[in-house]
Design a protein around this ligand. Sequence first.
Ligand SMILES: Cc1cc2nc3c(=O)[nH]c(=O)nc-3n(C[C@H](O)[C@H](O)[C@H](O)COP(=O)(O)OP(=O)(O)OC[C@H]3O[C@@H](n4cnc5c(N)ncnc54)[C@H](O)[C@@H]3O)c2cc1C
Length: 460
Amino acid sequence: MSTTERPRILVVGGGYVGMYAARRILKKMRYGEATVTVVDPRSYMTYQPFLPEAAAGSISPRHVVVPLRRVLPKAEVLTGRVTSIDQDRKVATVTPLVGESYEVPFDYLVIALGAVSRTFPIPGLAENGIGMKTVEEAIGLRNHVLAQLDKADSTNDEEIRRRALTFVFVGGGFAGAETIGEVEDMARDACKYYANVRREDMRFVLVDAADKILPEVGPELGKWGLEHLQKRGVEVYLSTSMESCVDGHVVLKNGLEVDSDTIVWTAGVKPNPALARFGLPLGPRGHVDTEPTLQVKGTDYIWAAGDNAQVPDLVGRDAGNENAWCPPNAQHALRQAKVLGDNVISGLRGFPQTEYRHANRGAVAGLGLHKGVAMIMLGKKLKLKVRGRLAWYMHRGYHGMAMPTWNRKIRVFADWTLATFLKREVVSLGAVENPRGEFYEAAAPVSASVQESRPKAKAS
Ligand SMILES: Cc1cc2nc3c(=O)[nH]c(=O)nc-3n(C[C@H](O)[C@H](O)[C@H](O)COP(=O)(O)OP(=O)(O)OC[C@H]3O[C@@H](n4cnc5c(N)ncnc54)[C@H](O)[C@@H]3O)c2cc1C
């Protein structure tokens, strides 16, 4: 970390909000006006809306992440976790990937830690569940699902085969519906190459505690999405929840029991629990409480936005809903990051702050190749509702263009184009999770025999 006389703007989290806010600040800043330091345990920002497509192999996982050091060349990027903040001394404690923790002083602070999977104390969930918040999880899920097909194709044991070909997804919001849509599509495609696995042999189960899926696109399109998945053979259980999944034995509240080696948990998110150690004012569900200017309540040098903040929704409030808050999605995160960046510069120069105000533009969701739903707001009440192939093109067009940096946009569009002509890749590289395994097996016995054949040192 550099020591400098300039004021330091410390950005905690290099995700959607952190990366865009830092970019905005650097763009607006005068030469030498401040030092911008970004801290994140990952050296890249993840474009989460593309995780389901990365899990399905339509986009290379490397292309859904943006390297922070490359996109923020004028910032100081520290790879580590902020573990505490001392507001009196204005210092943050950073724990790097290796080595001792150290303190980073700051003058201005941006809190952008995002959210983590919201889980419940369900027996077996921690041991068997797979999340869908990170690119590592998307890669892992893809390898895991394809490995299940390999397993089922090559066993004579009917019990192993049935477990391997049963896939349970809990949570039918954006992340859950898109992930099951994409993964089912990939598995359907892949089974063409397996002699002993047909689509009819696979069981896809979607569970949600609510009475609908995809609430983000409204009831009509949500219903269409539900019926569409059902037509593809997905069993959907609504108004029920998973009670336990010990050793992969899934028990639902409605009485259904299935054995599965794949339990994907996409039942919503909650603000990053690390916030509890920062001494900031938190709302009832653990979000940092902010003013409409994105300044943390009671401060004039700390801002927060995105999934870890409760930001008043001024458009909703103007329409009469006094308790309207901005929902945690990329649409808001991106726009809040820009206002936040401008407000940090204004704070630095002693100018007034701007309030964040954004009217919902709609939502798009992909449910596998050539399938999707899109709801676009054309006015305050006028909505354009699209489904099927056109909605899928809109989904790809919107997210392809929203992907940060031209470098990544081009790579994503190239992946899609290549997949159109060369077909999707269906190989499982599960061994990447333990790349040293084979070498260890080859090397360990040799080392052991060498040890054994070595003359033992005489005791002195
Ligand atoms: C599978 C999936 C699909 C989605 N699809 C859509 C969609 O189609 N449309 C849409 O609008 N939204 C979608 N979203 C939501 C959207 O991606 C989020 O709302 C958005 O990423 C929030 O941005 P953020 O900056 O608040 O958090 P994030 O982007 O999650 O960034 C938080 C960052 O903080 C870092 N961090 C965590 N702890 C620490 C620490 N202690 N110290 C330092 N850094 C830390 C993390 O590593 C991360 O980089 C989807 C989300 C998921 C998971």
